[in-house]
Ligand binder design. Structure first.
Ligand SMILES: NC(=O)c1ccc[n+]([C@@H]2O[C@H](COP(=O)([O-])OP(=O)(O)OC[C@H]3O[C@@H](n4cnc5c(N)ncnc54)[C@H](OP(=O)(O)O)[C@@H]3O)[C@@H](O)[C@H]2O)c1
Length: 290
């Protein structure tokens, strides 16, 4: 099966390289997603049977200052991929985000719940979802949350860096979500794609992938320092003070609660992803630098 992966140098893309060894991997150097016409042409020429898009404009705060670029990469590029997939009869696998929700729910979000993004990044990612759903029929949009990995930039590495620089820090404790290990997401994608010819393969549409347990950024930070200290990665644990979102203003608003309920139908098809606490311990054991 001819598989094309876009976003090969990102967190999930780096893990896909390890599990989909036969696939073709494109980075920004191969094609710039900011140019939808060029992208569509390049994909049509490559003629993949499966297109996996894990590239995105993921700088949530910067997106507030660059809405046009974020829209081009997160909405127009997926639309171009969907048009190409439709013409080629290819399957499109696309990652999306918990930030399509406003965070006002009191229970985990199902994939059928109403969306209402509250920042530019979320609106552009929703734009990508809507474009895909309106253009092609063979697609899986997989929404996930709070990705971390030994590859790329993420909250875990930021916390480790701060631990080396400071004795104490403040971390927001009133935003809840579920961290997801990029290696697990890559394994899920790999497994789903391998089963595509199976009569019982995952239904096309939007699905949520997340493990558990639910946490806050403050609790996540505490767990990072506990594990990193126990493994000798940091020399001392900084003092962490829980603060509110109001005490830590950022350019982009963030949902107060963005817990995703993992799609049951997805769990019937793939191994459930492990608790992030276990994956965090393992990831810290593999980390090369931060
Ligand atoms: N990170 C999260 O916490 C999170 C949470 C929920 C959902 N998601 C979604 O999950 C997916 C994967 O996230 P991730 O954390 O693996 O992303 P990531 O590490 O930020 O990687 C994104 C990749 O996209 C590439 N890219 C950005 N602009 C591009 C352009 N104009 N042309 C070509 N490539 C471009 C980047 O290339 P360079 O390496 O050259 O910059 C990077 O390799 C994304 O769809 C994201 O929206 C992420």
């Amino acid at each position: 099966m001819k598989i094309l992966v876009l976003g090969a140098n990102g967190q999930v893309g780096s893990h896909l390289r390890l599990v989909l060894r036969e696939a073709t991997f494109w980075t920004r150097q191969d094609v710039d997603l900011a140019c939808a016409a060029e992208l569509e042409k390049a994909v049509l020429t490559a003629q993949p049977e499966v297109i996996i898009n894990v590239a995105a404009y993921t700088a949530v705060d910067r997106a507030e200052q660059e809405p046009g670029l974020a829209w081009a990469i997160n909405a127009e590029a997926p639309a171009a991929l969907a048009r190409a997939a439709d013409r080629l009869g290819a399957l499109l696998v696309h990652l999306s985000t918990d930030y399509v929700f406003d965070g006002n729910s009191r229970r985990p979000y199902e994939s059928t719940d109403s969306v209402n993004p509250i920042n530019v990044y979320g609106r552009t990612k929703l734009g990508g979802e809507l474009a895909i759903a309106s253009v092609c029929s063979r697609y899986w949009i997989l929404r996930t949350s709070w990705i971390f990995s030994e590859h790329g930039a993420n909250f875990v590495k930021t916390m480790l860096r701060l631990a080396n620089e400071r004795d104490s820090l403040n971390v927001v404790d009133d935003q809840s979500g579920i961290p997801s290990y990029a290696g697990d997401l890559a394994s899920v994608i790999c497994e789903l794609v391998s089963d595509i010819d199976d009569a019982h393969s995952l239904p096309f549409g939007i699905h949520h992938i997340s493990g558990g347990p639910t946490t806050t950024w403050y609790e996540f930070a505490q767990e990072i320092f506990r594990s990193a200290y126990a493994q000798g990665i940091i020399a001392r644990k900084p003092l962490v003070t829980p603060i509110t979102t109001a005490e830590y203003p950022t350019a982009a608003k963030r949902p107060r609660y963005s817990v995703l309920a993992s799609s049951e139908v997805l769990e019937e098809h793939v191994v459930t992803i492990a608790d992030w606490t276990k994956r965090l311990d393992e990831m810290l054991g593999k980390i090369q630098g931060f």
